[in-house]
Design a binder for this molecule. Structure first.
Ligand code: SF4
Ligand code: SF4
Ligand code: SF4
Length: 353
């Protein structure tokens, strides 16, 4: 592997050939702000917040687009750099309509964090809200173009991560916007509501509708677990409102096997644990009506009926159906019971249909 020595803020670092200044800085715990860079969408170079000084360069350079080279001397924290970063963030602030009081991304917003971290009290430019219409036509996703910082993350994610090819930039200059299918409302476009764009958007421009009003990020308990829907085993974080005892959002974890991606079921089908319609105890049909019974009664009844039917008609009349919603061990027990105890090979699973 080709390595090199570079200098950052007066200290020498060993770096590999290939990574950008931003990547090397972050790998070594040096903060460089950025809004468009994300490990999944890589080097978009759209927001220009990540500018740094490189010795010999005529102007500041975007650190997300400049690979390190041997002997490079970089400064990430000079007054010139910080002033330029502040200027970019102030321009982004002033060109949008940002009211954190009402925004669902409050507390989980990279623009808000940067404004705080760069110690900006007010943008020095006049705030000119663009006045775009909100797009609430998506079943699961809400779009507020007034909060968009045009970082392009959602576009790269939609086109190159989940490859649904819905989002793109439309119009030019100060009228530039992100649009679905070149300018359709999300609900009538080819968007499949996978939610990848909502998860990767650094601000409140694309958000999960069902999470709105469910609780501020710091109020929600976050539990890492495995999606219960199918055998892929996607890793998720479940955001729980303990006061209301319900899940208000599910996000994908950026680790294997899903790298943050989720299908629409895993991301948005999460009401069932607190649904009032959920069965929480066994039931047996008596006189045409389902009535709650104890586990002992249910198990004795089921065992007796299976024995009665199999004794009378043979094991082939018995079949068992496993579930993607239960652990492997339970599915194994269902298979073992069907084959070894009942002696039927009629065993299947919902994930195979
Ligand atoms: S997008 Fe961020 S900065 Fe803008 S209103 Fe929402 S929380 Fe505030
Ligand atoms: S929800 Fe998925 S398909 Fe729809 S725009 Fe976002 S990333 Fe693309
Ligand atoms: S909608 Fe979000 S992710 Fe997409 S360009 Fe705007 S700020 Fe970036």
């Amino acid at each position: 592997m080709d390595t090199m020595t570079i200098t950052m803020n007066g200290k020498e670092y060993v770096a590999r050939q290939g990574p950008t200044i931003l990547e090397v800085a972050r790998a070594n715990g040096i903060f460089i702000p950025s809004l468009c860079h994300h490990q999944k969408t890589q080097n978009i170079g759209a927001c220009r917040v990540c500018v740094v000084e490189v010795e010999g360069a005529r102007s500041l350079v975007a650190s997300c687009c400049m690979p390190v080279s041997p002997g490079m001397v970089i400064k990430t924290n000079t007054q010139r750099v910080v002033e330029a970063q502040r200027m970019v963030v102030e321009l982004l602030w002033a060109s949008g309509d940002h009211n954190c009081l009402t925004c669902d991304q409050n507390g989980n917003c990279e623009l808000q964090d940067l404004i705080y971290r760069l110690k900006i009290d007010q943008p020095r430019f006049e705030i000119e809200p663009p006045g775009y219409d909100l797009d609430k036509t998506g079943v699961m996703i809400s779009r507020d173009p007034n909060k968009c910082v045009l970082c392009g993350r959602c576009i790269v994610a939609c086109n190159h991560v989940v490859v649904n090819e819905v989002l793109s930039f439309v119009h030019r200059g100060s009228h530039m916007q992100v649009a679905c299918d070149y300018d359709l409302p999300m609900g009538t476009s080819t968007c499949v509501q996978c939610g990848e764009c909502a998860q990767i958007c650094p601000v409140g421009a694309i958000t999960d509708k069902k999470a709105h009003g469910g609780g501020r990020p710091w109020e929600l308990e976050k539990i890492n677990t495995t999606c219960p829907y199918c055998g892929v085993g996607c890793q998720v974080t479940v955001h729980v409102n303990r006061e209301e005892n319900r899940i208000v959002q599910v996000t994908g974890r950026e680790i294997p096997p899903n790298d943050g991606m989720l299908c629409v079921k895993g991301r948005y089908g999460y009401e069932f644990p607190s649904s009032p319609n959920r069965l929480t105890q066994p039931m047996i049909k008596k006189n045409g009506k389902h009535v709650p019974v104890s586990w002992d009664e249910a198990l004795d009844y089921t065992a007796a009926r299976i024995r009665e039917i199999v004794d009378r008609d043979g094991p082939d009349v018995f079949s068992a159906f496993g579930s993607g919603r239960v652990p492997n061990e339970t599915n194994y027990a269902i298979m073992k019971f069907t084959r070894a105890v009942v002696k039927s090979n009629n065993v299947d699973h919902c994930a195979r249909t």
